[in-house]
Each structure stands twice: as structure tokens, then as C-alpha cells.
Design a protein around this ligand. Structure first.
Ligand code: GDP
Ligand code: MG
Length: 776
């Protein structure tokens, strides 16, 4: 029987896993190995994909992929689990010194060496939370060299000679998505002095899979056992000493959210890094395990390649297990000769024959077998976690058959309503009156000091009105980011991806693409970056090209500005319409791409569905603070400069005489060159052209420039022009920051293509609007 035929609520044991290549490896890495029990939790509202429970966590899988997995149904849930009586823990754990880790005093690294740490863990294991706890406010965000994955570095508070790097969340060291490749490269080539491996204690089996691969890297390491508060709250616990003994590295139980055990973690981390205490255990294959086939193969291959691995500066054990699975990247780096390659193949074939499983499955199985041993010896599982039960209850509604889509619309509607109508405008008005008061004071001050009239105008029109208008949108932007990040951190966005998968497949994408698109409503730059989590290049590129059509928050000031000037009564309808227009154009473009540039199918959709969790206030505040800082920095750099330059150009002619009518200015002359192109769509006014050009620097500056150039004369434009302008600003080229992000992801040609292509799309849509509008 195939997995896709299994009814919701029923369980089965996996017999064989079909498919091939990276995808199959990914199935195995996620724990879908022969002999494992799976339970179908439910089908998505549209019938596809399915939600599975395996190794105690939830996973999504499309029916088409489930068809590749052979199963034997099991009748009733095994009673075995029920009868296991909880042992009383010999060791309470939290904050206790591990017995195993005596903190030796060998030769420490010389004083003054910077202790660099890589923070590695699964997605949703609490990495960001721990990182914020470790570093306090001393972090800075950058990119990994050569790639646009957010790189966060920070100094551990109180230890100035340390540097922690937060790596992208990964499930395995086999590069399935580009994020996994980044993390793997960082650990292999970045030579961190130690690894801090964060493990979600409530999901320990799947998390330890990565831990075992990290141990093979032979780099000093500590395991931070996170979410202990939850585990404890549900009556579970971990015998830390037993686990330390089996893993050969310090294991520190913590709760990142409650800041418990973090100091202990820091002291252990610094110790292993300073004394370069390597993991004591890398040998996880059992001698008796299924006749020891895997054990013998691993050791034989280790010996075979030992010298090559040394030369290539790669950890031996890691190389051996990767070679057996057939990792092309490593095979190349190790430079085996013909004889050795053949020997390797023979060893692996022999192992497959003896073990009765193919190579990838055999290795994954060996790892999970060891994990089971660790869990049996050291983990006292909670009966049924409160959080799990709560998540299931919430999911009955939020991913329920008839309720999922209505609730999605309701939730998104509520977010936009709160942001744009209830809280946002109130704060915006407050801020605006503050800015106005400041402007008034500045005017009186300059008047009293007899400042030159031209300068006065620059300050008042250019800076206070122009930049001030932009700054007044800060509350709206911060609030929208607040909601988006709440949705993401709580685990809801993963659900959206789950039930939207089928729809997104229609336009040639997978449910995962919904994440970048929703982030795109905040800002295109992080949205483009977040496509790194998509496992296929095709999906990634296509998603990147669609995100700029989502209305980012920088376009919000433009909408607000025009709506209040031209459509004061139907304001929210117009804004909603613009959001929908962006989405509709995005869908059309996707359909077009699917038929032309990006033929083929979206990649399989294998994704974890984490329990719902309340994001910690600290994470949220930190994020909002970053966004606000970023926005203000832009307002007072790019936008301020653009506004001043434009003000200058519109006030002087080519002989640098002050002009009375800005029609004669330098600016009018320059903009006049481009104006003919925009004339057919009704945007031929040089002032509009100028603001659009400046909008390329930062979308918000469209508003400040319009404010500077039109002053009070905006109404003369007419509603039809305003409508064209709104559509055009929504769709035309993304700002330089977004283009730069796209360039880093896809190269120069694509970035240039995006600029031209989106201008063309905007032009066409604006024309259509104008044509339709002129009928009335
Ligand atoms: P990341 O994806 O690995 O960066 O994980 P995050 O740091 O974003 O955390 C995922 C979720 O788990 C968030 O909602 C956190 O608030 C929550 N969380 C993190 N650490 C803990 C913890 O120690 N206990 C509990 N109960 N929740 C936590
Ligand atoms: Mg995170």
C-alpha cells in the first residue's frame, strides 16, 4: 500500500522510500526511513497536501510524493507506549553541572584569541531567541559573503572576546536548500572555534539528527537543550548526564524564552572553545546493529579516505558518511583516485547487500537507531504535551476543511484593518502633529534669526514637509511588521503554506513561496532574502520575480497621500483594491512565466508544522526596533538627500539663477526628456516624472517630492491621473535596495530585466486604467 492511500487518523509503518536524489535524501533526513511509524493527521482543506506525524512531530507531504512511499498499515496505536511507566529522573537537570564534563585544564587557546561560535539548529528550535539572549543588544546584521542570507553576528554579553554567528535554520548537513549549503560551508570552512547546537527538547528525535552530523565535524561543541520549560511543564524530563555520556559533549538544559540556564550554557561554550575540547563520541554505528554492516562500511571507508580527508582539511568521519551516501561536492574535494573510488563503491555495495537497504536509507537508519538509544536512555517523554493539544485544537479551525480559507481572509483582513485604520492612522496623526509643531518652531526660529528666505523654504518645504510626510508613516510600517512577524513566529504562516500549496501549484509554485510573498507586504528586500529557504532554483527565481508586485510598506505613504487628496471617502476601498491589483498582476505574471521562462513543476513540499507558540516580547521588540531604525535611516539619508537635490534642481535654472516658476528649472528640463514616454498613460507632467524617478531611490520619496513640487496645487491633476499614478507606483520598478537584493540572488541581467519589465507592466496597466477611466 502507498502512503497517499492511508486515511486520516490511521497509522502505518514505512516499508520503502522511493524517489531519488536530493529529494529522497531530504525525505530520509526528515525521518522517513523504513521501519518508522507514520500517522496521517489530516488532509489540507483542498485535499492536498497531507499532514503527517512522524517521530513525534508534524510534517507536510504532497499526495504525489506520498505515492512514492510504501507502507503497511498498523491496526491500533501500539499499546507499548502506554505501558511504559515514567521513571523518576535520577537527575533534575536544569542549571546543573554535567558530571561528564569535568572542564579539563589542558592547553587553552592563547589569551586574546577571539572565540567564534556558530549557532546551529533546526528551524523553530529557538535560535533567534537564544541569539538575542546571548548577545543582548550588541548584534549586527550583515550577509554571508557572496550570498544574501541574513548573517547576524554578536558578542556574548560580558565576554568581549567572543563572536556568535546565527546560522540559517537547517535540518541536516546534506545541502537540500541553499541555506543548508551556507550553514554547512560556514561550519566546514569558516572554522568556528566551537558550535552551539540548539536542540528543541520537545522534538528531540528529529533535532538530534542534525546534532549527530555536527558531532562528526569534530569541532568543539555544546548542546543547548532548549524549551525545557515546555517539556518540564508536561511532565517530561531529560537525564542530562546520560545524554552527555552518550553524545560526548556538554548538554545544557535551557529555556531561551525564560532566560534560564543561559549563563550555564555560556560558561560551557566558552570552556570547550577555549580548551578546544572536541566531541568524545563520533562513533554511532552499533557493532551488532543488523549484523554490523553499516558499522563495518563506515570504518572501512574512514580508513580508506583518512589521508585524503586530512589533505582536504575535512573531518574524516563526516567525509566517510557523506561519501557512502554519495555526496558529489565532497567526492570532488577528496580527489580519490580510480582504485579508491572503486573500492569505495564495492564497500558500499557490500553494505547495501548485507543491510538490505540502499545506502542513503542505511545511513539515516543508523543515525535514527542511535537517537532512539539516546532517547530511551535519557529522555522521559511527556504523556501528551499541552502545546500539542492546544495546537491541534487551533488547527481544527485554522486548517480545518471549511474554516481555513475564511479564517485566513479574516486574519489578514484584521491585520490590515488594525494597521491601516485603527491603530496606524491614530499614531500617524499624533506623529504628524508633532512634526508640524516642530516645523512651526523652526519657522519662527529662522524668522527671528533672519535666515535667507530661500534656505527657509528649503528647510520648511523640503525637509519638514517632504521628509516629515514620509516619517509620519513610521507607525503604520512598524505595526504592519509587528503583525507579520507575529504571524510568522507563532507558526501560522507555515499553516498558510500548508493549505495554500494546492492553489500555488496552479501558478507553478509550492506552498513555501507564500512566506516570501507575505513578507513582501512588509518589504521586498527581506522577502527576496527569505526565498533562500526554497529548495529549488526554479521556485526561488520565480518567487523573487513575483514578490515586488506585493504592496510593500514603502508604497503605503504613496497610497495614503493620494487617497487623502483625491478619494477621501472611498479611501480604504482604493487601498484594498491596490493590494488586490498587485496580487492579481502577480498571478497573471506567474502564469505567463510558467508557460515561458519557468517551465516544469514546483518542488515537493516537505515542511515541518511547528506547534503554535507565543513569540517572546523580546524578539518582537528587537525586530521592530531594527525595522524602525532602518526606516529612519533611509528617511534621513536617501530620502532627505533626494529631496534636497530635487528642491535645488527645481529652484534654479541652468545658469543657477533662482527661478520664479519651476517650469523653467533644471529639473523641468531633465524630466521633460522622459515625460513623452509617460504621456500616453497620463503621467507626462514633469513633476510626476521627477517624483517617480526619485521613487526608484526609495518609494516613500515619491510623496516627499510631490509635496515639494506641487505644494498645494495637487488637486489640479484630477482623479484619473491620480488613479493611473497609484497603479503605476504600485507596479513599476522596485527601489534600488530591492534591485540590489535581486541582483545578489539572480545576477545583473535579471536585475536589469526586472527594472525594465516591471516598468513595462506598470505602463500597460496604467494605460488600461486611463482608457477605462476615460469612458466615463
Ligand atoms: P528559530 O526559528 O530557531 O529562530 O526560533 P525562534 O527563536 O523564532 O523561536 C520559535 C518559537 O519558539 C518562538 O515563538 C519563541 O518564542 C519560542 N521559544 C523559543 N525558545 C523557547 C523556550 O525556551 N521555551 C518556550 N516555551 N518557547 C520558546
Ligand atoms: Mg529565527
Amino acid at each position: 500500500m502507498k502512503l497517499n492511500e492511508l486515511k486520516p487518523g490511521r497509522s502505518a509503518v514505512i516499508e520503502a522510500v522511493g524517489g531519488e536524489g536530493a529529494l529522497r535524501q531530504h525525505f530520509l533526513d526528515m525521518g522517513m526511513i523504513p521501519g518508522t511509524e507514520v500517522t496521517v493527521v489530516k488532509l489540507a482543506p483542498m485535499g492536498d497536501p497531507m499532514e503527517l506525524r512522524i517521530h513525534g512531530y508534524e510534517l507536510t507531504l504532497r499526495l504525489a510524493d506520498a505515492e512514492k512511499i510504501d507502507i503497511t498499515p498498523v491496526e491500533k496505536k501500539t499499546a507499548e507506549e502506554e505501558k511504559k511507566t515514567p521513571r523518576s529522573p535520577e537527575h533534575p537537570g536544569l542549571g546543573e553541572e554535567g558530571r561528564f564534563h569535568p572542564k579539563g585544564t589542558g592547553d587553552p587557546l592563547p589569551e586574546g584569541t577571539t572565540l567564534t561560535f556558530a549557532l546551529v539548529g533546526n528551524q523553530n528550535s529557538g535560535k533567534t531567541t537564544l541569539f538575542n539572549q546571548l548577545t543582548g543588544s550588541s548584534q549586527h546584521v550583515g550577509n554571508f559573503p557572496g550570498v544574501t542570507v541574513d548573517r547576524k553576528d554578536g558578542v556574548i554579553r560580558g565576554h568581549s572576546d567572543t563572536l556568535v554567528t546565527d546560522l540559517p535554520g537547517i535540518y541536516s548537513m546534506s545541502p537540500y536548500s541553499s541555506e543548508e549549503l551556507v550553514s554547512r560551508d560556514f561550519v566546514l570552512k569558516g572554522h568556528p572555534k566551537a558550535i552551539i547546537n540548539i536542540v528543541d527538547a520537545t522534538n528531540i528525535e528529529r533535532n538530534l539528527y542534525l546534532t549527530m552530523q555536527l558531532l562528526e565535524m569534530n569541532i568543539p561543541m555544546v548542546v543547548a537543550l532548549n524549551m525545557m520549560d515546555e517539556l518540564r511543564g508536561n511532565g517530561g524530563t531529560v537525564d542530562v548526564n546520560a545524554m552527555e555520556a552518550m553524545l560526548g559533549v556538554p548538554v545544557v538544559p535551557i529555556s531561551a524564552a525564560k532566560n534560564e540556564g543561559v549563563d550555564e550554557l555560556i560558561s560551557h561554550a566558552i570552556h570547550v572553545a577555549k580548551y578546544q575540547e572536541k566531541p568524545l563520541q563520533q562513533d554511532f554505528c552499533g557493532v551488532e546493529d543488523h549484523g554490523g554492516a553499516v558499522h563495518r562500511a563506515l570504518h572501512a571507508v574512514s580508513h580508506l579516505i583518512e589521508d585524503h580527508a586530512k589533505r582536504a582539511e575535512l573531518p574524516v568521519r563526516f567525509s566517510a558518511s557523506k561519501l557512502i551516501v554519495g555526496d558529489p561536492l565532497l567526492l570532488e574535494q577528496l580527489e580519490l583516485d580510480q582504485n579508491e573510488s572503486e573500492m569505495l563503491e564495492h564497500l558500499v555495495l557490500q553494505m547495501e547487500k548485507e543491510r538490505g537497504m540502499d545506502r542513503a536509507a542505511a545511513i539515516a537508519d543508523m543515525r535514527f537507531a542511535f537517537i532512539r538509544k539516546v532517547c530511551d536512555a535519557a529522555v522521559i517523554r511527556p504523556r501528551e504535551s499541552k502545546e500539542r493539544v492546544r495546537s491541534e485544537k487551533i488547527d481544527r479551525v485554522l486548517t480545518g476543511r471549511y474554516t481555513a480559507i475564511p479564517f485566513f481572509i479574516l486574519i489578514m483582513g484584521a491585520v490590515f484593518y488594525l494597521t491601516f485604520f485603527l491603530i496606524g492612522p491614530f499614531l500617524q496623526d499624533l506623529l504628524q502633529s508633532g512634526i508640524d509643531a516642530l516645523a512651526g518652531a523652526a519657522e519662527r526660529g529662522m524668522e527671528a534669526a533672519n535666515v535667507n528666505a530661500t534656505i527657509q523654504k528649503l528647510v520648511l518645504n523640503g525637509i519638514f514637509e517632504g521628509v516629515g510626510t514620509v516619517v509620519s508613516f513610521l507607525p503604520i510600517i512598524v505595526i504592519l511588521f509587528f503583525f507579520l512577524s507575529m504571524l510568522e513566529d507563532s507558526g501560522y504562516i507555515a499553516r498558510v503554506a500548508f493549505f495554500m500549496d494546492k492553489l500555488l501549484r496552479r501558478i507553478g509554485l509550492s506552498g513555501r513561496s507564500i512566506v516570501p510573498m507575505l513578507i513582501g507586504f512588509g518589504c521586498t528586500v527581506p522577502a527576496v532574502m527569505s526565498t533562500r529557504t526554497l529548495p529549488s532554483d526554479r521556485d526561488r527565481r520565480m518567487t523573487i520575480l513575483l514578490t515586488p508586485f506585493m504592496s510593500c510598506t514603502a508604497k503605503m505613504p504613496i497610497y495614503g497621500f493620494f487617497v487623502s487628496a483625491f478619494f477621501p471617502r472611498a479611501g480604504w476601498l482604493i487601498i484594498l483594491g491596490l493590494y488586490l491589483l498587485g496580487i492579481a498582476v502577480g498571478i497573471l505574471v506567474a502564469l505567463l512565466f510558467r508557460k515561458t521562462l519557468f517551465r516544469g513543476e514546483a518542488v515537493p513540499f516537505v515542511m515541518e508544522l511547528p506547534n503554535y507558540r507565543l513569540p517572546t516580547p523580546r524578539n518582537v521588540i528587537q525586530l521592530l526596533w531594527e525595522k524602525a531604525k532602518d526606516f529612519l535611516r533611509r528617511a534621513f539619508s536617501v530620502i532627505l538627500i533626494a529631496t534636497i537635490v530635487v528642491w535645488f534642481l527645481k529652484s534654479f535654472d541652468f545658469r543657477l539663477n533662482l527661478v520664479t516658476d519651476s517650469h523653467d528649472s533644471i529639473l523641468a528640463a531633465i524630466a521633460g526628456l522622459i515625460a513623452p514616454v509617460l504621456k500616453p498613460v497620463g503621467l507626462g507632467d514633469w513633476r510626476i516624472v521627477t517624483s517617480l524617478i526619485c521613487g526608484f531611490m526609495a518609494k516613500e520619496s515619491v510623496v516627499s517630492i510631490m509635496e515639494t513640487l506641487f505644494g498645494g496645487g495637487l488637486a489640479a491633476l484630477g482623479t484619473l491621473t491620480a488613479a493611473s499614478m497609484l497603479a503605476f507606483s504600485l507596479l513599476y520598478t522596485p527601489c534600488v535596495a530591492a534591485i540590489a537584493a535581486i541582483r545578489r540572488e539572480m545576477g545583473r541581467k535579471w536585475a536589469l530585466g526586472v527594472v525594465l519589465w516591471q516598468c513595462a507592466v506598470a505602463w500597460i496597466v496604467a494605460l488600461v486604467i486611463r482608457l477605462i477611466g476615460s469612458l466615463f
